[in-house]
Write a protein that binds this ligand. Sequence first.
Ligand code: ATP
Ligand code: MG
Length: 479
Amino acid sequence: MFGPIFLIDPRAGFEMVSPLFRLRDASSARIFVTRHRTRLVGRRSILDIDPIGVSFDTRPYSSIIPVTAVPNLDPKLQRDFATEIVRTLRQRGFDALWAGGCVRDQLLGRRPKDYDIATSAQPDDVRSVFGHRRTLAVGAAFGVMIVRGPRGAGQMDVATFRRDAQYSDGRHHDAVTFSDAEHDAQRRDFTINGLFYDPITEEVIDYVEGQEDLRRRVIRTIGDPHERLSEDKLRMLRAIRFAATFDFAVEPATQTAVTEMAAEIDIVSGERIGQELRRMLTCDGRRRAAELLLSTGLLAAVLPEAAGDRPERMIDVLARAEPISLSLALAALLLDCGDAQQAATACRRIKITNRETERAAWLVENQTSLCGASTALWSNVQPLLAHDGAMELVSLHAARVALGEVQSADVGYCRERLAWPADQLDPPPLLGGDELIRHGVPRGRIFKRLLQQVRDAQLDARIGDSQEALALVDRLLDL
Ligand code: ATP
Ligand code: MG
């Protein structure tokens, strides 16, 4: 592979490439692939990465749908490697189990996207078992080592069993103490996330009634909800995210605690709030996510701009907007927020990318711009449909057809035009500034207006070539 620039969809996230390469600003980044190296270039950071295990979707950069980086991981190799790590640690006398999300996903019949391993081995032990070359000590202070697998198998977090001592600030634990599997389960957030699995004996190890809650389809904190949510306020959003993505209920006591503590979410950084919102608002269960955000008061706390007097309508638009993107989801929530400026302020607070912020604000600003498109002059509609955000704008209008706010004919018309080849949808201008100067038009305020009028005439097929364009210029100058 050589040369081209790809945009990584932040939804696919660097988490999928490797936890090591997640950019600090959690924004999208470009990836440069040359013969010699692969480099991620973000807004504030540049990282060279090991291209093994990464493959690229090669749709062009300008594509409306962001290009997604798909890690070239083979689920079977990943799973075998996760089993192999457990076997190797056992042979060296340590206890080791699969832990957390991968166990939950497997029991739900979903393919785990990665595997976390919990072990009695301490970071130094893990390093000596797997060797310096295959381990990375990024989180050693918390007991987390990364073990790199063979090509296609990815890499695994291998974390020492621990208990987290005190969360005096409601965000971070103050210290970690290494412990055993049972205490390691107790420190986790929700019962469904507190399960272990032994891949050798194929047994589930459950200290927290997680299996029962998976069967009952509920999100419940491990232990007292107030206590557990106070330790780390982000868990309030995680509860809603898991409920929405798995279509689970939030157990009543947990939900009551979230409702009572919702305002305290402000201690969590905008960036982490944004990451949770990104996941819950772009998943299939986003209607539930929004309903829960609204009913618990979290929406008012994290996105006060979304607090309009038509919440049902807002949630309806969010649920119907397809294909969903974060900008589109936020625009749906912010339709009634006042203006584009306010929408942008809301987006900036949750630290999504500039591009997404601009897009969301643009969508809010143009929320009615395509109404009447099918009977309007093409020159009025074309600039919107030639815009990078056109697909999302049409989706936003389409979501409002069922609510009687937009005519389906307008949406149909826009969709038809969006399917036009690029040079028909957005033909090259017949005239540019250079031609105007050569034609003897002096630079000045009139310049831009002339070009705009010529462009409109071109789009509305009142002129067909540059000669007719210059003739139009002469006529306009005569007026
Ligand atoms: P997914 O990766 O699909 O979001 P996950 O459950 O794997 O789900 P991670 O954030 O990857 O979530 O965390 C892995 C595990 O670590 C969780 O299953 C949970 O046991 C524990 N965990 C993560 N975040 C927290 C938290 N804020 N408080 C307590 N435990 C947590
Ligand atoms: Mg995970």
